[in-house]
Design a protein. Structure first.
Length: 344
Protein backbone atom coordinates (compact mmCIF):
# COMPACT_ATOMS: atom_id res chain seq x y z
CA UNK A 1 0.00 0.00 0.00
CA UNK A 2 1.01 3.62 -0.46
CA UNK A 3 2.42 5.68 2.38
CA UNK A 4 1.86 9.44 2.40
CA UNK A 5 4.48 11.42 4.31
CA UNK A 6 5.57 15.06 4.57
CA UNK A 7 8.82 16.45 5.96
CA UNK A 8 6.83 19.40 7.30
CA UNK A 9 6.02 17.47 10.47
CA UNK A 10 9.48 18.55 11.71
CA UNK A 11 8.27 22.14 12.04
CA UNK A 12 6.28 20.98 15.06
CA UNK A 13 8.56 20.14 17.93
CA UNK A 14 7.24 21.51 21.20
CA UNK A 15 9.51 21.46 24.22
CA UNK A 16 7.64 20.36 27.31
CA UNK A 17 4.59 18.60 28.62
CA UNK A 18 3.35 17.95 32.14
CA UNK A 19 3.74 14.46 33.53
CA UNK A 20 3.38 13.44 37.16
CA UNK A 21 3.51 17.11 38.14
CA UNK A 22 6.74 17.76 36.30
CA UNK A 23 7.62 19.44 33.01
CA UNK A 24 9.27 16.76 30.86
CA UNK A 25 10.40 16.68 27.19
CA UNK A 26 7.44 16.01 24.87
CA UNK A 27 6.93 12.31 24.00
CA UNK A 28 5.25 13.15 20.69
CA UNK A 29 8.46 14.04 18.84
CA UNK A 30 9.64 14.09 15.21
CA UNK A 31 11.73 10.94 15.59
CA UNK A 32 8.50 8.98 15.77
CA UNK A 33 7.71 9.66 12.13
CA UNK A 34 11.34 9.05 11.15
CA UNK A 35 11.28 5.53 12.56
CA UNK A 36 7.96 4.76 10.94
CA UNK A 37 9.15 5.95 7.54
CA UNK A 38 12.42 4.04 7.89
CA UNK A 39 10.52 0.82 8.58
CA UNK A 40 8.15 1.42 5.65
CA UNK A 41 11.24 1.67 3.43
CA UNK A 42 13.07 -1.28 5.01
CA UNK A 43 10.05 -3.55 4.50
CA UNK A 44 9.27 -2.29 1.01
CA UNK A 45 5.67 -1.66 1.99
CA UNK A 46 5.00 0.30 -1.18
CA UNK A 47 5.23 3.69 -2.81
CA UNK A 48 6.06 6.68 -0.57
CA UNK A 49 4.68 10.02 -1.74
CA UNK A 50 4.32 13.58 -0.46
CA UNK A 51 0.80 14.90 0.11
CA UNK A 52 -0.81 17.56 -2.05
CA UNK A 53 -2.20 20.71 -0.43
CA UNK A 54 -5.90 20.46 0.27
CA UNK A 55 -6.76 23.67 2.07
CA UNK A 56 -9.13 23.74 5.00
CA UNK A 57 -12.57 22.96 3.57
CA UNK A 58 -12.48 19.35 4.75
CA UNK A 59 -11.38 20.39 8.25
CA UNK A 60 -14.20 22.93 8.47
CA UNK A 61 -16.72 20.13 7.89
CA UNK A 62 -16.00 18.87 11.43
CA UNK A 63 -14.21 21.69 13.30
CA UNK A 64 -15.59 25.11 14.28
CA UNK A 65 -14.39 27.91 12.02
CA UNK A 66 -13.36 30.06 15.03
CA UNK A 67 -11.28 27.14 16.35
CA UNK A 68 -9.46 26.64 13.04
CA UNK A 69 -8.90 30.39 12.93
CA UNK A 70 -7.36 30.17 16.41
CA UNK A 71 -4.96 27.43 15.28
CA UNK A 72 -3.95 29.48 12.25
CA UNK A 73 -3.24 32.68 14.18
CA UNK A 74 -2.42 31.67 17.74
CA UNK A 75 1.33 31.86 17.30
CA UNK A 76 1.22 35.26 15.56
CA UNK A 77 -0.76 36.73 18.47
CA UNK A 78 1.45 35.05 21.07
CA UNK A 79 4.71 36.14 19.45
CA UNK A 80 3.37 39.71 19.17
CA UNK A 81 3.57 39.83 22.98
CA UNK A 82 7.31 39.13 22.72
CA UNK A 83 6.92 35.55 23.83
CA UNK A 84 9.12 32.81 22.40
CA UNK A 85 8.18 29.74 24.44
CA UNK A 86 5.48 27.33 23.27
CA UNK A 87 1.86 28.35 23.80
CA UNK A 88 0.63 26.39 26.79
CA UNK A 89 -2.69 27.07 28.50
CA UNK A 90 -2.93 27.65 32.21
CA UNK A 91 -6.54 28.75 32.78
CA UNK A 92 -9.54 26.79 31.52
CA UNK A 93 -13.29 27.44 31.53
CA UNK A 94 -15.02 24.73 33.55
CA UNK A 95 -18.66 24.04 34.48
CA UNK A 96 -20.71 27.16 34.00
CA UNK A 97 -17.88 29.36 32.72
CA UNK A 98 -16.62 30.22 29.30
CA UNK A 99 -19.60 30.87 27.07
CA UNK A 100 -17.97 34.00 25.65
CA UNK A 101 -15.18 33.68 23.07
CA UNK A 102 -12.15 35.44 24.52
CA UNK A 103 -9.65 37.68 22.71
CA UNK A 104 -6.75 37.61 25.18
CA UNK A 105 -4.04 35.15 23.99
CA UNK A 106 -3.81 33.34 27.33
CA UNK A 107 -7.58 33.13 27.60
CA UNK A 108 -7.79 31.76 24.07
CA UNK A 109 -5.14 29.14 24.83
CA UNK A 110 -7.29 27.79 27.67
CA UNK A 111 -10.63 28.26 25.90
CA UNK A 112 -9.57 26.04 23.00
CA UNK A 113 -7.82 23.34 25.06
CA UNK A 114 -8.80 20.21 26.97
CA UNK A 115 -5.32 19.98 28.51
CA UNK A 116 -1.79 21.37 28.37
CA UNK A 117 -0.45 18.55 26.18
CA UNK A 118 -0.84 20.23 22.79
CA UNK A 119 1.50 23.22 22.81
CA UNK A 120 1.74 25.49 19.77
CA UNK A 121 5.03 26.88 18.41
CA UNK A 122 6.05 28.88 15.35
CA UNK A 123 5.91 26.01 12.86
CA UNK A 124 3.00 24.11 14.36
CA UNK A 125 0.25 25.32 12.04
CA UNK A 126 2.17 24.33 8.93
CA UNK A 127 2.84 20.89 10.40
CA UNK A 128 -0.79 20.52 11.47
CA UNK A 129 -1.95 21.30 7.93
CA UNK A 130 0.60 18.93 6.40
CA UNK A 131 -0.56 16.18 8.75
CA UNK A 132 -4.12 16.63 7.52
CA UNK A 133 -2.87 16.80 3.92
CA UNK A 134 -1.26 13.38 4.47
CA UNK A 135 -4.58 11.92 5.63
CA UNK A 136 -6.54 13.46 2.75
CA UNK A 137 -3.97 12.51 0.12
CA UNK A 138 -3.84 8.94 1.43
CA UNK A 139 -7.63 8.89 1.31
CA UNK A 140 -7.44 9.73 -2.40
CA UNK A 141 -5.51 6.51 -3.01
CA UNK A 142 -8.75 4.83 -1.99
CA UNK A 143 -11.41 7.17 -3.39
CA UNK A 144 -9.66 8.08 -6.64
CA UNK A 145 -6.95 5.51 -7.37
CA UNK A 146 -9.43 2.84 -6.16
CA UNK A 147 -6.87 1.05 -4.03
CA UNK A 148 -7.85 -1.14 -1.10
CA UNK A 149 -5.82 0.68 1.56
CA UNK A 150 -3.41 3.52 2.26
CA UNK A 151 -1.30 4.75 5.16
CA UNK A 152 -0.98 8.38 6.30
CA UNK A 153 2.03 9.21 8.51
CA UNK A 154 0.19 11.92 10.41
CA UNK A 155 2.22 14.03 12.79
CA UNK A 156 0.86 15.66 14.86
CA UNK A 157 -1.85 13.08 15.57
CA UNK A 158 -5.56 13.94 15.75
CA UNK A 159 -7.97 11.76 17.68
CA UNK A 160 -8.12 13.82 20.90
CA UNK A 161 -9.06 17.01 19.00
CA UNK A 162 -12.77 17.82 19.10
CA UNK A 163 -15.10 20.25 17.37
CA UNK A 164 -13.47 23.30 18.94
CA UNK A 165 -10.63 22.11 21.10
CA UNK A 166 -7.11 20.70 21.00
CA UNK A 167 -5.40 18.38 23.49
CA UNK A 168 -3.33 15.24 23.94
CA UNK A 169 -0.82 16.21 21.18
CA UNK A 170 -3.76 16.69 18.75
CA UNK A 171 -5.02 19.77 16.85
CA UNK A 172 -7.06 18.78 13.78
CA UNK A 173 -8.79 15.40 13.94
CA UNK A 174 -7.31 13.80 10.83
CA UNK A 175 -9.29 10.54 11.12
CA UNK A 176 -12.62 12.27 11.71
CA UNK A 177 -12.02 14.70 8.85
CA UNK A 178 -11.20 11.75 6.56
CA UNK A 179 -14.34 9.91 7.67
CA UNK A 180 -16.46 13.00 6.92
CA UNK A 181 -14.71 13.35 3.58
CA UNK A 182 -15.66 9.76 2.73
CA UNK A 183 -19.29 10.60 3.52
CA UNK A 184 -19.11 13.75 1.41
CA UNK A 185 -17.69 11.74 -1.50
CA UNK A 186 -20.58 9.30 -1.45
CA UNK A 187 -19.99 6.61 1.18
CA UNK A 188 -23.25 6.05 3.06
CA UNK A 189 -21.77 4.48 6.15
CA UNK A 190 -18.28 4.88 7.52
CA UNK A 191 -16.55 3.35 10.53
CA UNK A 192 -13.75 4.87 12.57
CA UNK A 193 -11.94 2.12 14.45
CA UNK A 194 -9.62 3.59 17.07
CA UNK A 195 -6.93 1.19 18.35
CA UNK A 196 -4.75 3.83 20.02
CA UNK A 197 -4.13 3.16 23.73
CA UNK A 198 -6.01 6.34 24.64
CA UNK A 199 -9.71 6.84 24.02
CA UNK A 200 -10.38 8.96 20.92
CA UNK A 201 -12.55 11.48 22.73
CA UNK A 202 -12.45 13.98 19.87
CA UNK A 203 -13.68 11.50 17.29
CA UNK A 204 -16.36 10.24 19.67
CA UNK A 205 -17.61 13.79 20.24
CA UNK A 206 -17.73 14.62 16.54
CA UNK A 207 -19.94 11.65 15.62
CA UNK A 208 -21.76 11.07 18.91
CA UNK A 209 -25.20 12.11 17.63
CA UNK A 210 -24.83 10.52 14.19
CA UNK A 211 -25.81 7.10 12.86
CA UNK A 212 -23.88 7.40 9.58
CA UNK A 213 -20.45 7.15 11.24
CA UNK A 214 -19.88 4.32 13.70
CA UNK A 215 -17.10 4.93 16.23
CA UNK A 216 -15.44 1.91 17.84
CA UNK A 217 -12.60 2.41 20.32
CA UNK A 218 -10.46 0.01 22.37
CA UNK A 219 -8.46 1.79 25.06
CA UNK A 220 -7.21 2.10 28.61
CA UNK A 221 -10.10 2.39 31.08
CA UNK A 222 -10.75 6.13 31.52
CA UNK A 223 -11.51 5.46 35.16
CA UNK A 224 -7.73 5.27 35.62
CA UNK A 225 -6.33 6.60 32.37
CA UNK A 226 -6.17 9.72 30.22
CA UNK A 227 -8.46 11.23 28.87
CA UNK A 228 -10.49 10.30 32.00
CA UNK A 229 -13.64 12.24 31.05
CA UNK A 230 -14.66 10.16 28.03
CA UNK A 231 -14.38 6.57 26.86
CA UNK A 232 -16.56 4.71 29.35
CA UNK A 233 -18.53 1.68 28.19
CA UNK A 234 -21.89 3.34 28.85
CA UNK A 235 -21.18 6.10 26.31
CA UNK A 236 -23.17 4.64 23.43
CA UNK A 237 -24.27 7.72 21.48
CA UNK A 238 -27.20 10.12 21.71
CA UNK A 239 -30.37 10.73 19.68
CA UNK A 240 -29.92 9.45 16.13
CA UNK A 241 -26.47 8.31 17.15
CA UNK A 242 -27.64 6.04 19.95
CA UNK A 243 -26.04 2.64 19.43
CA UNK A 244 -23.40 3.99 17.04
CA UNK A 245 -20.65 4.60 19.57
CA UNK A 246 -18.91 1.58 21.03
CA UNK A 247 -16.23 1.81 23.71
CA UNK A 248 -14.10 -1.06 24.99
CA UNK A 249 -12.28 0.24 28.08
CA UNK A 250 -9.71 -2.29 29.30
CA UNK A 251 -7.70 -2.39 32.54
CA UNK A 252 -4.03 -1.59 32.98
CA UNK A 253 -1.93 -4.65 32.21
CA UNK A 254 -4.19 -5.87 29.39
CA UNK A 255 -2.39 -8.28 27.05
CA UNK A 256 -3.16 -9.26 23.49
CA UNK A 257 -5.58 -12.12 24.21
CA UNK A 258 -7.96 -9.82 26.04
CA UNK A 259 -7.29 -6.91 23.67
CA UNK A 260 -7.95 -9.06 20.59
CA UNK A 261 -11.23 -10.34 22.06
CA UNK A 262 -12.37 -6.70 22.23
CA UNK A 263 -11.26 -6.14 18.64
CA UNK A 264 -13.25 -9.15 17.50
CA UNK A 265 -16.35 -7.92 19.33
CA UNK A 266 -15.82 -4.52 17.68
CA UNK A 267 -15.45 -6.19 14.29
CA UNK A 268 -18.75 -8.04 14.72
CA UNK A 269 -20.45 -4.69 15.37
CA UNK A 270 -18.72 -3.21 12.33
CA UNK A 271 -20.00 -6.10 10.18
CA UNK A 272 -23.57 -5.61 11.47
CA UNK A 273 -23.31 -1.89 10.70
CA UNK A 274 -22.60 -2.59 7.03
CA UNK A 275 -19.97 0.07 6.34
CA UNK A 276 -18.70 1.19 2.94
CA UNK A 277 -15.30 2.23 4.25
CA UNK A 278 -13.08 2.10 7.32
CA UNK A 279 -10.75 4.66 8.87
CA UNK A 280 -8.33 3.25 11.44
CA UNK A 281 -6.93 5.58 14.08
CA UNK A 282 -3.67 3.67 14.29
CA UNK A 283 -1.85 4.21 17.55
CA UNK A 284 0.67 1.65 18.74
CA UNK A 285 1.00 3.00 22.27
CA UNK A 286 -0.60 -0.30 23.35
CA UNK A 287 2.95 -1.70 23.12
CA UNK A 288 4.41 -3.29 26.26
CA UNK A 289 7.36 -0.88 26.43
CA UNK A 290 5.46 2.31 25.66
CA UNK A 291 6.67 4.96 28.12
CA UNK A 292 3.23 6.47 28.91
CA UNK A 293 0.90 3.46 28.55
CA UNK A 294 -0.08 0.33 30.46
CA UNK A 295 -1.04 -2.39 27.97
CA UNK A 296 1.18 -5.35 27.16
CA UNK A 297 1.07 -5.95 23.42
CA UNK A 298 4.19 -7.45 21.80
CA UNK A 299 5.47 -6.65 18.31
CA UNK A 300 4.11 -9.83 16.59
CA UNK A 301 0.64 -9.04 17.99
CA UNK A 302 0.42 -6.11 15.59
CA UNK A 303 0.56 -8.52 12.64
CA UNK A 304 -2.54 -10.27 13.94
CA UNK A 305 -4.22 -6.93 14.57
CA UNK A 306 -3.73 -6.11 10.89
CA UNK A 307 -5.05 -9.52 9.77
CA UNK A 308 -8.20 -9.12 11.84
CA UNK A 309 -8.83 -5.63 10.47
CA UNK A 310 -8.29 -6.88 6.91
CA UNK A 311 -10.89 -9.62 7.43
CA UNK A 312 -13.55 -6.89 7.50
CA UNK A 313 -12.99 -6.67 3.75
CA UNK A 314 -13.38 -2.87 3.66
CA UNK A 315 -11.49 -0.08 1.88
CA UNK A 316 -9.24 1.06 4.72
CA UNK A 317 -7.40 4.28 5.49
CA UNK A 318 -4.77 4.00 8.21
CA UNK A 319 -4.15 7.29 10.01
CA UNK A 320 -1.19 7.43 12.41
CA UNK A 321 -2.03 8.46 15.98
CA UNK A 322 0.07 7.64 19.08
CA UNK A 323 2.98 5.36 19.95
CA UNK A 324 5.93 6.63 21.96
CA UNK A 325 8.36 3.74 22.25
CA UNK A 326 10.38 5.18 19.39
CA UNK A 327 12.69 2.19 18.98
CA UNK A 328 9.72 -0.04 18.15
CA UNK A 329 7.11 2.32 16.75
CA UNK A 330 8.17 1.61 13.17
CA UNK A 331 8.09 -2.16 13.56
CA UNK A 332 4.75 -2.13 15.36
CA UNK A 333 3.04 0.34 13.02
CA UNK A 334 4.26 -1.42 9.86
CA UNK A 335 3.43 -4.84 11.34
CA UNK A 336 -0.23 -3.81 11.38
CA UNK A 337 0.00 -2.83 7.72
CA UNK A 338 1.87 -6.01 6.72
CA UNK A 339 -0.58 -8.13 8.66
CA UNK A 340 -3.38 -6.32 6.84
CA UNK A 341 -1.80 -7.12 3.50
CA UNK A 342 -1.29 -10.74 4.44
CA UNK A 343 2.45 -10.39 4.03
CA UNK A 344 3.38 -12.00 7.31
C1 LIG B 1 -2.32 10.73 20.45
C2 LIG B 1 -2.01 10.29 21.84
O1 LIG B 1 -1.63 9.14 22.04
N1 LIG B 1 -2.10 11.20 22.81
C3 LIG B 1 -1.83 10.82 24.16
C4 LIG B 1 -1.79 12.00 25.08
C5 LIG B 1 -1.51 11.54 26.47
N2 LIG B 1 -1.25 12.65 27.33
C6 LIG B 1 -1.26 12.38 28.73
C7 LIG B 1 -0.25 11.38 29.10
C8 LIG B 1 -0.28 11.10 30.57
C9 LIG B 1 0.78 10.10 30.89
N3 LIG B 1 0.68 9.67 32.23
C10 LIG B 1 1.64 8.63 32.48
C11 LIG B 1 1.80 8.46 33.94
C12 LIG B 1 3.05 7.64 34.19
N4 LIG B 1 3.50 7.83 35.53
ZN1 LIG C 1 -2.50 7.41 22.50
Amino acid sequence: MWTIYSEDHRLHRPRYELMDGELVPVFEKPERADWVLERVKARGLGEIAAPRRHGLDAALRVHADHYVDYLAHAWRDWAALGRSHDIMPYCYPVRGMGQRRPTDPDARAGFYAMDSAAPIMAGSWQAIQSSLDCALSALERITEARERAAFAVCRPPGHHAGHDYLGGYCYLNNAAIAAQQLRDKGASRVVVLDVDYHHGNGTQQLFYARSDVLFVSIHGDPGVEYPFFAGHADETGVGEGLGYNLNFPLPHGTGFTQWHAALQAGCRAIERFGADALVVSLGVDTYQDDPISQFKLASPDYLRMGETIAALGLPTLFVMEGGYAVDEIGVNMVNVLEGFEGRA
